[in-house]
Design a binder for this molecule. Structure first.
Ligand code: S3P
Length: 470
């Protein structure tokens, strides 16, 4: 049924007042249609890297479609504290910059006046640590409670091998805050024990400031945005399979960069559309980097019909994703797929609960050291909704097809848990209330607006437009 315009607007306004930040909760109800075309905000991983490489570059860079989330704004502010100022050319109302000019410092950063706050962001802290390891000044990085409990030994170990002088000041051993003293770095040959793009990127950034050639070997392929963006900034890397080498002393050349939409944010709507028979969704200009697109492969394997129309810009593939819903069936996530879709596993678990048959997710121990222990938080919330799931040390097995019921859930302060269970709420009987949803702003400003538009059944593009004030 099509709503008339006035009624539709009143319905959206009512949903928004319930889904917006009031009491920091989302109220979600069952939805039976999803026919829309919209864009999700810019990629988080690329926005962090653009802020850092732009700030190190030899001139002025314009970044388009920057992600105006708390995580990325914290990295931008850290770069500003290090001397790389920015000018905002366009912004998402009430959030932050969408388009900005970065004033590169030609690799000569200045001492920050105070500790730099990375908030909730492991990417921000670990990449900035690589940058700060080889500076001539003292500096300090801190973060919120979740970030102060996450393992930093995985970066302090290789950075100390390069000569960095880093102290971990956290209550928990090896955790943030991180204090850096001036140091001259030497190159290393580092075989990473964990498949982590953040560790790889920290060592590559430190390698830019080191004497000689730093070589990194990854145990499995991880997202390659740092390598691609370094290449866009004119930095020479030698890449052969999972071996990456960088010669120190190179200065990034200023360039303009277009950030594609974040496939990890798109994943929430891809799952919603995939699991809803009859839905038709197009997500515009989403990043399609092959080290990030396993969510598409997995949803296809589960029975969704997906087509992509790729188009290359700024060294990163992007394109429109069209998806049609179906009755999904369970699947097994392959070990080699795990690093490619690590951030999408919470919402894949929701898709699995909606599918028929079993879904197995193993070899995903890394989920336990994300913003929350995402194995525990997913299992707890799925069970609270009536899902049937067995927990393992390194993953979970979900028996799909049990009807979900609306209930009160926690985000546990984790943006991806909040959004994954908002999607589950669209399929549940009754109302689902998710508490503590401010954290969504760390990666997806505007999510509640998109959710309200989806719940209202809107296919009007203006209801999904995050560039206008809501
Ligand atoms: C990221 C890498 C991933 C991912 C995180 C962002 C990045 O972590 O979970 O959200 O931007 O490098 P790993 O370091 O475990 O690969």
């Amino acid at each position: 049924m099509r709503l008339d315009n006035g009624l539709k607007l009143r319905k959206i306004a009512a949903i928004r007042s319930n889904t917006s930040s009031r009491m920091s909760e989302l109220r979600v109800f069952h939805t039976s249609t999803l026919k829309a075309e919209f864009s999700v905000p810019g990629d988080k991983s690329m926005s962090h890297r653009a802020a850092i490489l732009g700030g190190l570059s030899d001139g002025i860079c314009t970044i388009h479609n920057f992600l105006p989330s708390e995580d990325c704004v914290n990295t931008l502010m850290a770069m500003q504290a290090l001397g790389a100022r920015h000018e905002i050319l366009d912004e998402m109302p009430a959030h932050g910059p969408l388009k900005l000019k970065l004033h590169g410092q030609s690799m000569s950063l200045s001492a920050p006046a105070a500790p730099m706050d990375c908030g909730n962001s492991g990417t921000g802290m670990r990449l900035l640590a690589g940058l700060l390891a080889g500076q001539k000044f003292n500096s300090e990085l801190l973060g919120d409670e979740s970030l102060s409990g996450r393992p930093m030994g995985r970066i302090t170990l290789p950075l100390r091998q390069m000569g960095a002088r880093i102290e971990t000041l956290g209550e928990k051993d090896g955790c943030a805050p991180l204090r850096f003293q001036p140091a001259k770095l030497s190159s290393i040959h580092y075989e990473m024990p964990v498949a982590s793009a953040q560790v790889k990127s920290a060592v590559l950034l430190a390698g830019l400031f080191a004497n000689g050639k730093t070589i990194i070997i990854q145990p499995a392929t991880t997202r390659d945005h740092t390598e691609r963006m370094m290449a866009s900034f004119g930095i020479e890397l030698e890449i052969e399979g999972n071996h990456i080498a960088i010669q120190g002393g190179q200065t990034p050349k200023a360039c303009n960069f277009i950030v594609p939409g974040d496939i990890s944010s798109a994943a929430f709507w891809l799952v919603a559309a995939a699991a809803l028979p009859g839905s038709q969704l197009t997500l515009k200009k989403v990043g399609l980097n092959p080290t990030r697109d396993a969510i598409i492969t997995v949803l296809k394997r589960m029975g969704a019909s997906i087509t992509v129309a790729p188009d290359e810009t700024s060294g990163e593939p992007m394109g429109d994703i069209k998806i049609t819903g179906a009755l999904l069936k369970g699947t097994t996530i392959l070990e080699e797929e795990v690093p490619n879709l690590i951030d999408e596993i919470p919402v894949i678990a929701v898709a699995a609960a909606l599918a028929s048959g079993h879904t197995t997710i193993r070899n995903a121990r890394e989920l336990r050291v994300k913003e929350t222990d995402r194995i525990a938080t997913v299992v707890e919330n799925l069970r609270a909704m009536g899902g049937v799931v067995e927990e393992f040390e390194d993953g979970m097995e979900i028996e799909g097809g049990h009807p979900l019921r609306g209930t009160s859930l926690h985000s546990f302060g984790d943006h991806r848990i909040a959004m994954a269970f908002a999607i589950a709420g669209l399929f549940a009987k009754g109302e689902t209330v998710i508490g503590g949803t401010d954290c969504i702003n760390t990666s997806y400003p505007g999510f509640s607006r998109h959710l309200a538009a989806v719940m209202s059944g809107s296919s009007d593009p203006s209801d999904y437009d995050l560039t206008s004030a809501s």
